[in-house]
Design a protein. Sequence first.
Length: 131
Amino acid sequence: MISFSPSPIDPTKAYELLQASDKDKTRIGAILVHYAVVKKQVAEGRATTLIEYTANGDVEENLEAIAAAMKGSWKLESVLLARRSGVVGMGEIISLVGVSSPNSADAFAACQFALEHLKKMPTIAKREIYG
């Protein structure tokens, strides 16, 4: 499951989506969800008040490649990757990484991998807006 959307990321849906792949409740032993949020950045005496994210290529293809690499490297039942587009304000969720796995070690490793790759996505351009 991947998403690149201007709509706010709904944290309450992540658990439901990740748990849904285990209909008989026998395979998943760990669900891990990480949210990145906009925080105040100060550079050259100016503070960031908003950040704008725009597509700089095929974002969905890039997210699918990250998800496929995760599934190929760790034992995961499901992967959820979401990125915001458009203007995002302080405290709002920029991205979500969620995984479900039979074990915690794979869930943590896969989540860390995804976080590193989401930060470096060449298909998303970031512009800081100062107030």
